[in-house]
Design a binder for this molecule. Structure first.
Ligand code: NAD
Ligand code: NA
Length: 398
C-alpha cells in the first residue's frame, strides 16, 4: 500500500508508520547530545500520555538523555487492522520501544484507557515486574476531550469555550489550506464543570493516590503535569476560558498532591510549556493564527523549540534551577515565548493577518509541516512512493 496523507479539517485520518519512526529517531538524536550536571536524575519513570506530544518527548528526553531512565508509557492508540493503518501514537510506541531496547533500556507500553481501573492495575503490575516496584517520577501528559465518570460510566465532555463573552477567532483548516472565522458563544455552567473534570487535576490526583496507596512511589518521588497560560492575546479563548479554568484547577491540585506525598518527601510540579503544534492544540480556535505568528517570530530569532527541545530544557536545565520557578512555583518553559520582544512582533503580525495573507504573514508552511510530521509525513528520509507491507506491520506490537 502507498500511504499519502488523508487530512480532514485539523484531523489526520491516517499516518505513515516509517515517518513516525523517523519522527521518533529525530527526537532521540536531539536527546542523545543533551548534557546534565545533575546527579539526581529520575531512573524509573511512569508517563501517562506517552505516545505523542509532550508526553512522548518527555519519555525520549528521560530515556535517551543523561537520565537513561527505564519507562512505562500509557496511551490510548489504535493498531493496524483491515479498517486502517492505525494511529501515529501506535507506531511511536513501537519504534520508541525498539530504540530503547537497543540501548538496553526497559520500556513497557500499556495501551488502554488511563481513566479505567483496569489500566491502573496493569500499571501497578508493570511497575512491580519491570521497574523493581518503585517509580521516581510520574509525568502526567494526557490530553483528551472525554473522561468517563467512574460512578455512572457516562462521559464528561470538555468544551473549548470562552467564559462570560462571545469570542471570534480564526480556526485553521489544513485540508483546504484556509483560515475560517468561528464565533464561540460563552460556555454554560455545565460546559465549564465538565471541562474542569476532563482537563483539570482530579484524575492526576487520583493516579497519585492510587500509586501512593500501592506503595509504588520512591522516597522523594516527583510528579509533573503540563500547562499553558499564554499571552494576553489568547486569554479570551484560553487562559480565561474553559481550558484555562481547567488548568487553574490543575495548578491547585499540586497542593493536594504535595500533602499526599509528604510522608515520602515527594513533590508535585507544573511545567507551563510553550504553544506548539500537537494533535490536541490545533483544535483550539483562535490559537492557530497565534501559532502562525509565533513560529514566524521565534524561528527568525533562533528561539523556536519543538516538544523535544522543551522537554530537554525542562529536565536538564530548569528542573534543578529554583530561579526557573515563578511566584506561584510554576516552572516556566514559556519564558522565551513570552519575552517582550517576541510578543511585540507577534502582535504586529497578528494585526495585519487575515484570511488572504496568512500564509505569507505567518509561518503557515512551518505549522502545516509540523502537523504533517506528527503523522509521519514530510520527512526527507522517507520514500513515500514505496509500498508499505501491511501484513508485516500487523506483526509489530507496542
Ligand atoms: P497529545 O494529543 O499530543 O498527547 C496526548 C496523549 O494522551 C497521547 O499519548 C494519547 O494517547 C494520550 N491519551 C489521551 N486520552 C487517553 C486515555 N483515555 N487513556 C490513555 N491515554 C490517553 O497532547 P499534548 O499537546 O502533548 O498535551 C499534553 C499536555 O500538554 C496537555 O495537558 C496539554 O494541555 C499540555 N500543553 C500543550 C501545549 C501545546 O501547545 N500543545 C502547550 C502547553 C501545555
Ligand atoms: Na502527551
Amino acid at each position: 500500500m502507498i500511504i499519502q496523507p488523508q487530512i480532514q479539517g485539523v484531523v489526520a485520518r491516517n499516518c505513515h508508520p516509517f515517518g513516525c519512526q523517523a519522527a521518533v529517531s529525530k527526537q532521540i538524536a536531539k536527546s542523545l547530545t543533551q548534557q546534565s550536571s545533575s546527579n539526581a536524575l529520575p531512573k524509573r519513570v511512569l508517563i501517562l500520555g506517552a505516545s505523542s506530544g509532550f508526553g512522548l518527548a518527555s519519555r525520549i528526553a528521560l530515556s535517551f538523555g543523561p537520565a537513561k531512565a527505564d519507562t512505562i508509557g500509557v496511551s490510548f492508540e489504535r493498531g493496524v487492522s483491515d479498517k486502517g493503518i492505525g494511529s501515529a501514537g501506535w507506531y511511536n510506541n513501537i519504534f520508541f520501544h525498539q530504540a530503547a531496547e537497543q540501548e538496553g533500556l526497559i520500556s513497557t507500553n500499556i495501551v488502554g484507557d488511563a481513566f479505567s481501573s483496569e489500566t491502573r492495575e496493569q500499571v501497578a503490575k508493570a511497575i512491580k515486574q519491570d521497574l523493581g516496584g518503585l517509580v521516581d517520577l510520574v509525568v502526567y501528559s494526557l490530553a483528551t476531550g472525554i473522561r468517563p465518570n467512574p460512578e455512572t460510566g457516562e462521559f464528561w465532555r470538555s468544551a473549548i469555550r470562552p467564559v462570560g463573552e462571545t469570542v471570534e477567532g480564526y480556526s485553521v483548516n489544513f485540508e483546504k489550506n484556509s483560515l475560517d472565522m468561528v464565533s464561540l458563544p460563552p460556555a454554560t455552567e455545565q460546559e465549564i464543570e465538565e471541562t474542569v473534570k476532563v482537563m483539570g487535576g482530579e484524575d492526576w490526583l487520583s493516579w497519585m493516590q492510587f500509586l501512593s496507596e500501592r506503595k509504588l512511589l520512591s522516597k522523594g518521588c516527583e510528579t509533573v503535569a503540563y500547562s499553558y497560560i499564554g499571552p494576553e492575546h489568547t486569554h479570551a479563548i484560553y487562559h480565561k476560558g474553559t481550558l484555562g479554568l481547567a488548568k487553574t484547577h490543575l495548578h491547585n491540585t499540586r497542593d493536594d498532591i504535595n500533602t499526599l506525598l509528604e510522608n515520602i518527601e515527594g513533590n508535585a510540579n507544573i511545567a507551563v510549556c510553550k504553544a506548539l503544534v500537537t494533535k490536541a492544540s490545533v483544535f483550539i480556535p483562535g490559537l492557530t493564527p497565534y501559532l502562525l505568528a509565533l513560529y514566524h517570530v521565534m524561528k527568525q530569532k533562533g528561539l523556536h523549540e519543538g516538544c523535544i527541545e522543551q522537554m530537554n530544557r525542562l529536565f536538564y536545565d530548569k528542573w534543578q534551577n529554583s530561579s526557573a520557578r515563578d511566584a506561584e512555583g510554576l516552572i516556566r518553559m514559556d519564558d522565551w515565548e513570552l519575552r517582550d520582544d517576541v510578543q511585540q512582533e507577534v502582535n504586529a503580525l497578528l494585526a495585519e493577518m487575515n484570511t488572504e495573507n496568512f500564509t505569507d504573514v505567518g509561518d503557515y508552511q512551518g505549522v502545516l509541516g509540523e502537523f504533517l510530521q506528527l503523522n509521519g509525513f514530510e520527512f526527507d528520509s522517507v520514500d513515500y512512493s514505496q509500498d508499505v507491507d501491511i501484513e508485516a506491520l500487523k506483526v509489530l506490537h507496542p
